[in-house]
Design a protein around this ligand. Structure first.
Ligand SMILES: Cc1cc2nc3c(=O)[nH]c(=O)nc-3n(C[C@H](O)[C@H](O)[C@H](O)COP(=O)(O)OP(=O)(O)OC[C@H]3O[C@@H](n4cnc5c(N)ncnc54)[C@H](O)[C@@H]3O)c2cc1C
Length: 474
């Protein structure tokens, strides 16, 4: 039995602690904050409850596996998991409105043909088919297994372009794919939204990013009743059942040991001895990635039956938005691409009311002064005005709104710059690969969004499975 200290009770740390305690290790989990979940936070006020972080889940199989391996229960026994259908509704800059089905490429193609003209669905599906090729080529090394000792095979982009022989060079970036294969500004907006949502610049991200829309539109997107935070609660319960020693309000200052890990130094000056340390903190290298601006909306009156769970309102000026988030002088885009989330979930608001969330990808702390409260309030007004393009009644029904910025993410989770690490991708000479789970000194392992295979709940859950596998059984 190894003595293991896990640093951080984000989803990566919680999942790793549950797995390691289940196989018989003595696990102590040190969390600086007074609560668990990290970015999977909750804000409650006046009977309203909001997710402050993730609002949707892909690849629930990752958490199914966690529940089975740590307690032989089904994920569905622990949380009420619901497919989101339609998967998304879109309001495009030209006013086109369309709903894309969940987990059905055929229904997505039909909706695209109907809204954007015959042939749009075929072009989109053909591109996703190539995204499927990427998914199949990278699923194991980029999701299920440790990063190979020699990751150079993942430095190449496995995206196989259309009409390869006719083109001088295969597409290098997601933007190249859109220009050559989608050839429609509205389809491009749909594709770019995936990049933006994951904090990546479509002009630089490799074509392999097409695996993300393939995955979401093929396998589906899910919601948890009570909010995604209920998933963190379920994993915490599993840690408790497995007798993880949970220490909240316990900040780790330093990992100790030169060649081998010997323990951790806590903020109160005491030392916890350990044979293995599992670190869920995001590394400083993630500081430049974008963060999220989130607006929590307490609304008077019930949710309209016709409201979609997720509506994406696209930016009218895409080039301006990309320049604002990823350009040389990052700034706020006043009319950004945003997601309006309106779960049909009575547990989130007092009777006869609705809780909605708007979320936008924005520059991290540093380039933008997120501590300027007047600027933040003005930005909240601009984002809300933009969201009302999709749902004009929001403004009249607003009881109050609470803005949350990368400064809040940084303060609550320690994420450098309040950045949200993106998922790992193949291609671009390895520039989009997160660091491996095994680190130096011996006995140190990294989990969470800042480690292989990168950010997002599913990948963070996989980082815990991979790290637990590397630590091994007692
Ligand atoms: C607004 C927002 C929306 C998002 N939307 C989605 C979504 O819809 N779907 C999706 O899949 N993902 C989404 N994500 C990303 C997802 O939330 C993260 O990838 C994931 O939750 C990160 O988990 P983690 O374990 O890596 O780290 P974190 O959640 O950052 O947890 C790290 C933990 O370590 C603790 N810690 C830090 N320093 C110390 C220290 N020195 N000592 C002890 N403890 C320490 C922190 O307090 C924190 O609890 C979103 C993120 C945000 C912020």
């Amino acid at each position: 039995m190894a003595r293991i200290v896990v640093i951080g009770a984000g989803m990566g740390g919680l999942a790793a602690a549950a797995r390691l305690a289940t196989v018989g290790h003595k696990v102590t989990l040190c969390e600086a904050a007074p609560t668990h979940g990290g970015m999977l936070g909750r804000y409650e006020r006046d009977g309203f409850r909001f997710d402050t972080g993730p609002t949707l889940l892909t690849l629930p199989a990752v958490y199914r596996d966690l529940m089975l391996k740590t307690g032989r229960t089904r994920l569905e026994d622990e949380v009420d998991l619901r497919p989101v259908d339609p998967g998304s509704e879109h309001l495009l800059p030209d006013g086109t409105r369309l709903a894309l089905a969940n987990a059905s490429l055929a229904r997505v193609a039909a909706a695209l043909d109907a809204a954007l003209g015959t042939g749009a669905g075929e072009r989109w599906t053909a591109m996703l088919e190539r995204g499927r090729g990427v998914w199949e080529a990278t699923r194991r090394p980029l999701l299920e297994e440790p990063l190979p000792d020699d990751p150079s095979a993942l430095h190449r982009d496995p995206y196989v372009p259309a009409r390869r022989g006719l083109l001088a060079r295969p597409p290098r970036t997601l933007a190249d794919v859109a220009r050559r294969e989608l050839r429609d500004a509205r389809l491009t907006a749909l594709l770019d939204e995936y990049a933006l949502r994951f904090g990546l610049d479509p002009e630089r991200a490799p074509a392999s990013l097409t695996s993300l829309p393939y995955m979401e539109q093929s396998f589906g997107v899910w919601y948890v009743t009570g909010g995604l935070r209920a998933l963190a609660d379920a994993v915490l319960r599993r840690c408790e059942a497995r007798r993880v020693d949970l220490r909240f309000g316990t900040r780790v200052e330093q990992v100790l040991g030169e060649d081998r890990v010997t323990g951790v130094l806590l903020a109160d000056g005491s030392v916890l001895d350990a044979d293995v340390v599992v670190d869920d903190r995001a590394p400083a290298s993630t500081a430049g990635s974008p963060g999220r601006f989130t607006l929590l909306l307490a609304l008077r009156g019930t949710r309209p039956e016709s409201a979609a769970h997720r509506t994406v309102v696209h930016a009218p000026d895409r080039a301006d938005e990309l320049d604002a988030v990823f350009g040389a002088a990052p700034r706020l885009c006043e009319r950004p691409t945003l997601q309006l989330l309106r779960p049909d979930d009575a547990t989130l608001a007092p009777a006869g009311h609705e809780a909605a969330v708007v979320t936008v990808t924005v520059p991290p702390l540093g380039p933008v002064d997120w501590t300027d409260s007047a600027r933040t309030a003005a930005y909240a007004d601009a984002v809300l005005a933009h969201a009302t393009r999709a749902a004009p009644e929001l403004g009249d029904r607003l009881l109050w709104a609470q803005a949350r910025t990368p400064a809040d993410t940084a303060a609550e989770t320690g994420a450098p710059g309040g950045s949200v690490p993106p998922p790992s991708l193949a291609g671009a000479d390895g520039a989009y690969l997160a660091p491996p789970n095994a680190a130096a000194p011996t006995g140190l392992f990294r989990v969470g969004g800042g480690a292989h295979p990168g950010g997002g709940l599913a990948r963070v859950g996989m980082s815990a499975a991979v790290a637990a596998h590397l630590v091994g059984t007692p």
